[in-house]
Write a protein that binds this ligand. Structure first.
Ligand code: ADP
Length: 550
């Protein structure tokens, strides 16, 4: 910028200088030419007067100095001339000043020598006898004059050039220096010359706009980061070459990526499904797929990203669907188990009923069949009731009102309900411990303790004991149902809480088990955020403890 201003200033001053010089010189030259013509005219008038009075011969008496006097007849023939012999001179009828003098009485013209170094000024005047008197003088041409003053002109030009250089430099500096010193952080606070004020104002507005845009962009980036980093879904953004542009923590965690610095998206996963999904999206199709990673199952969705109808990348979302896949599998197993469990008693009922329908059965057998039908129907009712309880718990029963439930009192109530059954099986049931309150749903807690007691009696031995012990401290409340029964083999202990799982199917059936009791206990405990622990030794007894947080 400095150079540009400096150059423009210098060139402008040079152009002005040369133009001024030429103009002044031209004007002066014109002025002197006019003056010379005036002089020629007055001399011609004086000579004409003398010639008119004394005749043409008087011309020879004139001291012509640097002037030349010629008398020409009206037809152009030179009659006399102070420089050359008249007869040597050609006819002058075509000369401009002669033509003008014949038609207007006087005429003038300027002619240059062949070399253009000299010019001759002519003035002609018609005499009363029709002849024309012409006076001429020569002077140097403008070029010669220019050349003759070249030396001083060059000195002047040199001084002007130096002055112009200095001034242009100083002007450029005075323009540029404040511009270079502008504080862009606060443009309007700069103390510069007036002409810069509009620019500074514009800069200030521009700066405010840019600041605002940067702030907005920063805020949006932070928001995006905050959202994506707190998402449980994995998110990967890639460009059209499958290079990773952005990813969140969840993506790294779900796919257990070691080298997150790697640029290629395949650093996240190399399975065929992953590749198909990613490259499918990059080819312009929305792709959805499931991938198995360790014990987990992920749903993978990839969408292409367009800019003006051109694919510029893709967004990949990874959702952990392990739970729902497992739940779906459980649901399928449960349905098939339920059908199976319902089928057996229904087949027996149908068989007994068919025989009764066909008749010819003795009265004793009718009673036997009816008892069997009744027992199977009871089993069915028990099964259906347990299934209903479980499905109620599955729906979380969040609408059910919670209250402070006295566990010890509830345990005593349940123990009382079991007393006749316990007596029948020679099992002593005993409730002990602290008065402890649990904030929960009484009905669900009732079912939980009921099922634990039921098992403690069902799977007990002759003269065995079933103890319900309630304990509480500052942090926890526990209810422990302990029996001296047959116990559960170590290998089976991990599975007894599964739906329909029974250690000894036939034994369980005989004693009226549905395989759903402990599943209900597990759900009821989970509903109250309680933990279950199981201790059991085959042939010695079982102890199941449910721990509630206070
Ligand atoms: P069920 O209705 O058959 O009792 P549960 O879900 O309550 O079903 O129990 C699952 C299995 O766990 C039972 O079939 C039984 O084999 C075993 N079990 C549960 N509780 C006890 C216990 N107190 N003592 C011994 N075995 C038990």
């Amino acid at each position: 910028m400095f150079n540009k201003i400096f150059r423009s200033g210098f060139i402008t001053s040079m152009v002005v200088l040369v133009m001024s010089f030429l103009l002044i010189f031209g004007v002066l030259f014109e002025y002197f030419e006019t003056r010379m013509f005036d002089e020629l005219q007055s001399e011609a008038k004086y000579i004409a007067y003398t010639v008119e009075k004394n005749g043409i011969s008087v011309i020879d008496d004139f001291d012509t100095d640097n002037k030349r006097i010629t008398v020409i007849s009206a037809d152009g023939t030179v009659l006399t001339d102070t420089v050359k012999e008249a007869k040597e001179l050609e006819n002058h009828s075509d000369r401009k000043e002669i033509i003008d003098a014949i038609s207007n009485g006087s005429g003038k013209s300027t002619r240059y020598s062949n070399t253009l170094t000299e010019m001759t000024l002519y003035y002609a005047e018609q005499l009363s006898d029709g002849n024309i008197l012409r006076v001429s003088t020569t002077q140097n041409s403008i070029i010669v004059i220019l050349l003759s003053i070249l030396h001083p002109v060059l000195v002047i030009v040199a001084i002007a050039v130096i002055l112009s250089l200095i001034l242009s430099y100083r002007i450029s500096n005075s323009i540029i220096k404040p511009i270079n010193a502008i504080n862009l952080d606060n443009p309007t606070a700069n103390d510069t010359y007036e002409e810069l004020t509009p620019l500074l104002k514009k800069l200030s507005v521009q700066k405010d706009t840019i600041d605002r845009q940067i702030k907005d962009a920063h805020q949006k980036r932070e928001e995006f980061k905050l959202i994506t980093e707190n998402m449980s879904e994995g998110l990967i953004v890639i460009d059209k070459n499958a290079n990773v542009l952005s990813y969140n923590r969840a993506a790294v965690k779900l796919l257990e990526v070691q080298n997150v610095k790697a640029v290629g998206v395949l650093a996240f996963n190399r399975t065929k499904e992953f590749r198909d999904t990613v490259y499918g999206a990059l080819s312009g199709e929305r792709r959805e797929n499931c991938i198995n990673h360790g014990e987990n199952t992920y749903n993978l969705t990839a969408n292409p990203v367009y800019d003006n109808d051109k694919i510029i990348g893709a967004v990949i979302v990874i959702i952990d669907i392990t739970e729902s896949v497992k739940r779906e599998q459980l649901r399928r197993e449960f349905t098939s188990n339920v059908s199976h469990e319902l089928k057996t008693p229904l087949t027996s009922i149908s068989g007994f009923a068919e025989m009764l329908k066909n008749g010819g059965v003795s009265e004793d057998t009718v009673i036997d069949f009816s008892t069997s039908i009744y027992d199977e129907a009871q089993r069915l009712i028990g099964l259906v009731s347990d299934i209903m309880k479980l499905s109620e718990l599955d729906e979380k029963s969040s609408s059910i009102e919670k209250e402070n439930v006295n566990l010890l009192e509830l345990s005593q109530e349940i123990a009382e309900r079991f007393t006749p059954v316990a007596k029948k099986q020679n099992v002593t049931i005993n409730v002990s411990g602290d008065v402890a309150y649990v904030y929960g749903v009484k009905k669900i807690l009732d079912e939980m303790i009921y099922n634990l007691c039921d098992n403690a009696i069902k799977y007990n031995k002759e003269n065995g004991n079933a103890d319900i012990i309630v304990k509480t401290n500052k942090s926890h409340t526990t209810i422990c149902v302990k029996d001296t029964g047959i116990g559960i083999p170590n290998a089976e202990q991990g599975r007894v809480f599964e739906r329909f799982y029974r250690v000894d199917k036939s034994h369980s059936k005989i004693i009226g088990g549905t395989g759903l009791g402990l599943a209900i206990v597990k759900h009821a405990a989970a509903f109250h955020n309680a933990e279950i622990s199981l201790k059991s030794t085959e042939g010695v007894g079982t102890e199941i403890t449910v721990t509630f947080e206070n």
